[in-house]
Design a protein around this ligand. Structure first.
Ligand SMILES: N[C@@H](CCC(=O)N[C@@H](CS)C(=O)NCC(=O)O)C(=O)O
Length: 358
């Protein structure tokens, strides 16, 4: 299996951690941007990671992991209890889609972080561009700062809240990791893999957030290494009910990620391209609408609907926050029109933002 991505990419790190745990052999390679057209042909969108499994091309880490689980069913990463399983999907989605903004912000806002990341990406990804190295590095910095900082809603008004989001994620995880080695048991689950995206290759490696993690959340710092070294030599024992210590993280997810999913879906339904939202009292303006994230909400609703009425009640009791309503109340439509034939991880995927950038 060839995994095309980057040594510092969010979702590549998430997938690599999973493949290592499952003992699935792979070779990590840089995304061949000079072959962008071929990649688009194979998987619809150029994003990281893209997998070539002996001629079978796959993309999008969430469906990739769910697919690989069917081929490698030993030591599953999805907890057996349906309510715990639903929460694992919810936590994964929060790690994938909410923490992304703050992870990109720390990397491209602070000078040390920006210098380090742009040096790596210049050498990994732009070798084919016929320009002096300093110019390629400057192009990368410009692109990332323009799109992932300015165009994704980072302003003097939102910066503090974006940093607070990171601190809240660390605190929520610490509460859980004080009681067990992984978020939902003695082995990594889908929830852990979702949190590995931001926590490993961004917060855990970029100088500014890494220092914060070391100093304020050493249990998370230790967990990152534990995840990377996890071996599937023992049968996973996951919790059979959602533990009380998950409460702060679940509350944070409702107040942040679900607010964004709801505002995004409403804007998509109205066919607008950008929207405003207020998250925990902080006003975000001019955020790019994402069709992909409408699909994320659709998926969460689909999974909720698969639960029995009693299990649905348990989920509702565990998420007693108004914002959680979006998971079971269809007043806000979630019709992405994407992946309705369930073809993923094969065939055409889409970028989180149309055209690849917010
Ligand atoms: N939902 C996708 C997201 C993949 C993704 O957005 N990856 C980022 C980098 S880690 C990317 O390729 N961004 C596009 C760009 O910056 O051009 C997944 O889970 O694989």
């Amino acid at each position: 299996m060839k995994v095309y991505g980057s040594r510092i990419s969010y979702y590549t790190g998430k997938l690599e951690a999973y493949l290592r745990y499952k003992n699935i052999a792979y070779t990590a390679l840089p995304t061949p941007y000079d072959k962008a057209e071929m990649l688009k042909e194979k998987v619809g969108a150029v994003q990281m990671p893209i997998v070539d499994d002996d001629g079978k091309w796959m993309s999008d880490t969430t469906p990739i992991i769910m697919h690989l689980e069917t081929i490698h069913p030993d030591n599953p990463v999805l907890p057996q209890d349906p309510v715990v399983g639903f929460m694992a999907h919810l936590i994964e989605d929060y790690g994938d889609e909410w923490l992304w903004r703050s992870a990109m912000y720390y990397r491209w806002w602070y000078d040390y972080d920006r210098q380090l990341a742009s040096n790596v990406l210049t050498d990994e990804l732009t070798g084919h561009v016929k320009m002096p190295r300093w110019m390629r590095q400057r192009m990368i910095i410009r692109r990332q700062v323009r799109h992932y900082v300015k165009r994704d809603g980072v302003t003097d008004t939102t910066r503090q809240h974006i940093e607070q989001s990171y601190h809240n994620a660390l605190a929520g995880m610490t509460a859980m990791l004080e009681n067990r080695p992984f978020l939902l048991g003695n082995a990594p689950s889908l929830a852990d893999y979702g949190m590995m995206g931001p926590m490993f290759r961004h917060y855990g490696q970029d100088p500014t957030p890494q220092e914060i993690m070391r100093n304020t959340a050493p249990a998370v710092f230790e967990w990152v290494a534990r995840m990377w070294h996890a071996k599937n030599t023992h049968k996973p024992e996951f919790v059979t009910q959602v533990p009380d210590d998950a409460e702060p993280l679940l509350k944070e997810i409702c107040e942040t990620h679900l607010v964004q999913l709801a505002a995004n879906a409403a804007a998509f339904a109205e066919d607008t391209e950008r929207f405003d939202m207020t998250v925990q009292g902080c006003d975000y303006r001019d955020i790019a609408v994402s069709q992909y994230r409408v699909w994320c909400l659709e998926e969460l609703r689909r999974r909720f609907n698969l639960l029995s009425p009693a299990q649905q009640d348990s989920v509702k009791n565990l998420l007693p926050h108004g914002q959680a309503d979006i998971l079971w109340n269809a007043d806000v439509p979630a019709q992405s029109g994407f992946n309705s034939d369930n073809h993923l991880p094969f065939g055409k995927a889409i970028n989180v933002f149309e055209g690849g950038l917010p």
